[in-house]
Design a protein around this ligand. Structure first.
Ligand SMILES: Nc1ncnc2c1ncn2[C@@H]1O[C@H](COP(=O)(O)OP(=O)(O)OP(=O)(O)O)[C@@H](O)[C@H]1O
Length: 331
């Protein structure tokens, strides 16, 4: 099965009524409700290749969750279309449900009053997963997520980290090619976050799953995603690899080296400028729109010159994304 995600011109508008303030206002709202229209997602187009992990980023209220809800079949778009593993999710919700796993970090799909293991057993029956497969997959998930220490505990008594790890396992028990994760590691401690990231990396690299992830955590993006799509006010404003985005919005890196021979002459390197030179110390920075990333620059510099010491200064992804948002506001 081709687990790709295709989104073309996807839009979703919400119509709501606003409540006027005060008792009189409430009465007037009842008789003559004031209608407002909110364009949550407008004309969004992107695709995710099978086996790719894409981070869908954007500030609060940008339209990320609304997009994911359309792709999981919970919401129907007002315009445009989407296909997930070849299925139009909001037209064939059941077929789509077999192809996808979804984890919403703030909510659980497990049964609150049942031990985790029983929730897994119910899901096995719902998705008709053969027992040996189910057992093998649980074993794999336990190895990576360390579930067995709490899988006889009722879901309501789990810590947040334990609950989300259980949710992740539950979402993947039926072996879906596509996985949607809406802020999966929100509120977790660093150790559990890292465990979840390792699990996700394994699911993409070893199991070939396609993952669409939303997060506000740039460390997560750096660790997991090669490509990101940025939305702002419901519109797609950027679609590119992290390298491309760093090149466009993070042009503040520096490579500082100590040359083995202080008399070395520094010649031109493509896209790299010599910013300062003092005896054996040389500082390089990006030059022009085709400047390389800091890692490529470092490689080029140490291939060309013999150095005894080096250091990197790189705009962190948080700064790069901030610059991208600011750019998007001005578009
Ligand atoms: N059911 C709804 N009715 C009316 N407006 C809605 C509804 N759901 C979402 N919206 C509005 O649509 C916009 C996009 O919301 P959405 O939840 O998709 O944003 P988000 O990018 O996921 O934000 P966050 O990062 O805060 O989770 C917001 O302005 C929100 O208020």
């Amino acid at each position: 099965m081709n687990g790709s995600i295709e989104v073309r011109g996807l839009s979703r508008t919400f119509h709501t009524t606003v409540r006027r303030p005060g008792f009189g206002g409430a009465l007037r709202s009842l008789v003559n409700p004031e209608k407002v229209t909110k364009e949550a997602v407008t004309d969004v187009t992107f695709s995710v290749a099978a086996g790719e992990l894409l981070a869908l980023l954007g500030p609060n209220g940008a339209g990320k969750s609304t997009t994911i809800k359309m792709l999981t079949g919970i919401l129907t778009p007002t315009a445009g279309e989407a296909r997930v593993a070849g299925v139009v999710p909001y037209e064939e919700r059941e077929r789509n449900a077999r192809n996808i796993g979804a984890v919403f970090g703030q909510r659980t799909q497990l049964w609150w009053d049942l031990p985790v293991r029983e929730s897994f057993a119910i899901l096995r029956d719902i998705y008709e997963v053969p027992k040996p497969e189910h057992t093998a997959r649980l074993q794999e998930f336990d190895d990576l997520l360390d579930l067995s220490s709490f899988w006889d505990t009722r879901v309501r008594h789990l810590s947040l980290g334990q609950r989300v790890r259980s949710d992740l396992a539950a979402a993947l028990l039926h072996d879906p090619p596509v996985v949607f994760l809406d802020e999966p590691t929100i509120g977790m401690d660093v150790v559990v976050k890292e465990q979840v990231r390792e699990f996700l990396r394994h699911q993409v690299e070893e199991r070939g799953r396609t993952v669409l992830l939303t997060t506000h955590d740039m460390t997560e993006v750096e660790r997991l995603a090669e490509r990101v799509v940025l939305i702002n006010n419901g519109r797609l404003v950027l679609d590119g690899t992290l390298d491309e985005i760093r090149r466009e919005f993070g042009s503040t890196w520096q490579v500082r080296v100590t040359l083995a021979d202080p008399h070395t002459e520094i010649g031109p390197l493509p896209g790299i400028a010599l910013l300062r030179r003092e005896g054996p110390q040389a500082v390089f920075g990006p030059d022009g729109p085709d400047a390389p990333t800091v890692h490529q620059a470092l490689k080029r510099v140490i291939e060309r010159y013999e150095v005894t010491d080096l250091a990197l200064d790189e705009a962190d992804l948080e700064d790069v994304m901030r610059a991208a948002y600011v750019h998007a506001e001005g578009v």
